[in-house]
Design a protein around this ligand. Structure first.
Ligand SMILES: [Zn+2]
Ligand SMILES: [Zn+2]
Length: 303
């Protein structure tokens, strides 16, 4: 391979290509204008026997149309054979001692807006909706347009079922819902993408530098080897001292094609493998630079 002919793309051109690609990708992200997600801290308190149990966890997320406010009260279930509160006449079994209450409703059967409105019309201060069975503790920000005056959060199915079973056993459960932390899913995607982009660029530049360095070292080594071979080949070429009477010193004969001087007695000439000869002082530097006979282009390394 001839390194002079090798012309790889420069790191700067590849970096600019990466950059253009990343900007295009960022612009095409579907959630680039998405809303922030707010988590909800749930402080749950209930009494079992003489023991008061209290637990605090970041178990929920606020709905997209919920006010970001704290709300508290007794957790109350919808009456009836299911907990989805889709029937507009659903009643809630509110404990007498509860001043304020929060409805615990199961997801499904009708829209989030419908459920929340049913609970709000019955006087709930807030609504907790728990996810479908089989979804573990997965939650997402609900869409419930038209219910902007009541706090609505989603919790996972496991946590919802835990509360449901406690209340069905007659345990009075109190809850305080507080605004937790903000998450920006699209921002995380951007950060992840930029991290990948920077890592890929750095890795490429490192590989490129290592690669060109290897090529350069190999090329220098090869040049040194060729030069040593040429020097050795020159040393093996025959030398001759011209004398009076030799036909080469005849003024009508050819001159040295390197210096254009005629050959004279006592001149030292170097005879190449092609039988062409020249002044030693003329041809040795020429061969070191060109390796070939100046007349017939014969390569001294090949003969
Ligand atoms: Zn000469
Ligand atoms: Zn020759």
């Amino acid at each position: 391979m001839n390194p002079h002919r090798f012309n790889p793309p420069s790191p700067s051109s590849v970096s600019s290509l990466f950059l253009r690609f990343s900007i295009l990708l960022l612009l095409s992200l579907p959630d680039a204008k998405g809303k922030a997600i707010w988590t909800a801290h749930l402080n749950i308190t209930f009494q079992v026997g003489n023991r008061i149990i209290s637990e605090l966890g970041e178990n929920g997320v606020f709905g997209n149309h919920s006010p970001l406010e704290s709300v508290s009260g007794a957790v109350v279930l919808p009456e009836g054979w299911n907990q989805n509160a889709c029937n507009p006449f659903t009643n809630f079994s509110r404990p007498e001692k509860a001043d304020s209450w929060v409805a615990l409703i199961e997801r499904g059967g009708c829209t989030f807006t419908h459920k929340i409105n049913v609970a709000a019309e019955k006087g709930a201060n807030g609504v907790i909706i728990f996810n479908y069975p089989g979804t573990g503790n997965k939650v997402f920000p609900m869409s419930h347009q038209g219910t902007e005056n009541i706090v609505a959060v989603m919790i996972g199915n496991l946590k919802g079922m835990e509360l449901l079973h406690l209340i069905q056993k007659g345990v009075y459960v109190n809850i305080i819902i507080k605004v937790g932390r903000m998450h920006m899913p699209w921002l995380s995607q951007c950060v992840m993408f930029l991290f990948t982009f920077v890592s890929a660029t750095v890795a490429y530049i490192c590989l490129y530098c290592a690669w060109t360095s290897d090529i350069s070292v190999a090329y220098t080594r090869r040049r040194r080897q060729v030069k040593a071979d040429v020097k050795k080949a020159i040393g093996q070429l025959q030398l001759r001292v011209l004398r009076e009477g030799h036909k080469e010193v005849d003024p009508h004969e050819d001159t040295c094609v390197v210096c254009f001087d005629a050959y004279k007695p006592q001149d030292v000439v170097r005879i190449l493998t092609c039988k062409h000869f020249f002044h030693k002082t003329c041809i040795d530097p020429w061969l070191l630079a060109h390796r070939t006979c100046p007349m017939c282009k014969c390569d001294i390394l090949k003969r």
